[in-house]
Design a protein around this ligand. Structure first.
Ligand SMILES: [Zn+2]
Length: 198
């Protein structure tokens, strides 16, 4: 089982920005990505886990896909934080959504996305924060052409002050990482059982 964690953006591409606090998506995504790798190494000792970037540098979407193909990842997880258009009203709580490649049948990538939504939202709620499921959706993002079951996940709205402050705490990013690893492990167990049966 090869898992590739892809922290979104980086280098000259900051991703979304919270102007009030000066937080950039690329920094949160990198730190959360590293925590997800640590959690996966612990939860899935047999898995080979890598990252597309481990520092603050620019990577094109094509390069990310290339890295996944060279590695032959079974799971590709692109880590992002959501952005609301300026002037729109924030929802008071944490919102999560995930995307799989448009046109794909509702197969194992969708199942991985659904497991992620369930695990992350349950962990946030258990921590006492309101949580809302924005769904598992199809999308045409270029990174979803990566090798294996590819998911792009949006871990909360960095543009919303309440969520940005939630994400700022190390403990909260660890909680999101552990929930993510649990979902990936649960999905991979299901997936290997499914493969053995056929
Ligand atoms: Zn992003």
């Amino acid at each position: 089982m090869k898992i590739l964690v892809d922290p979104g953006h980086g280098g000259s591409d900051p991703g979304a920005i919270n102007r009030r606090f000066g937080f950039a998506e690329k920094d949160f995504a990198l730190d959360l990505g590293k925590k997800i790798v640590e959690a996966l190494v612990e939860a899935a000792p047999g898995a080979e886990v890598r990252m597309t970037r481990e520092e603050d540098r620019f990577l094109s979407l094509g390069e990310r896909v290339e890295i996944s193909k060279d590695f032959a990842s079974d799971v590709f997880l692109s880590v992002h934080h959501n952005a609301r258009p300026e002037g729109s009203v924030a929802w008071p709580g944490f919102e999560f959504e995930s995307f799989y490649r448009r046109g794909l049948a509702l197969g194992s990538a969708f199942r991985l996305g659904a497991a992620l939504n369930r695990a992350v939202l349950a962990a946030v709620e258990a921590h006492g924060m309101r949580a809302r499921d924005r769904g598992v959706k199809e999308a045409g993002f270029a990174v979803l052409r990566a090798s294996g079951d590819a998911i792009l996940a949006e871990y909360g709205f960095i543009t919303d002050d309440e969520e940005a402050l939630f994400l700022l705490q190390d403990e909260h990013r660890s909680l999101l990482a552990v929930a993510t690893a649990e979902a990936v492990v649960g999905y991979s167990e299901w997936n290997s059982i499914g493969r053995d049966e056929t």
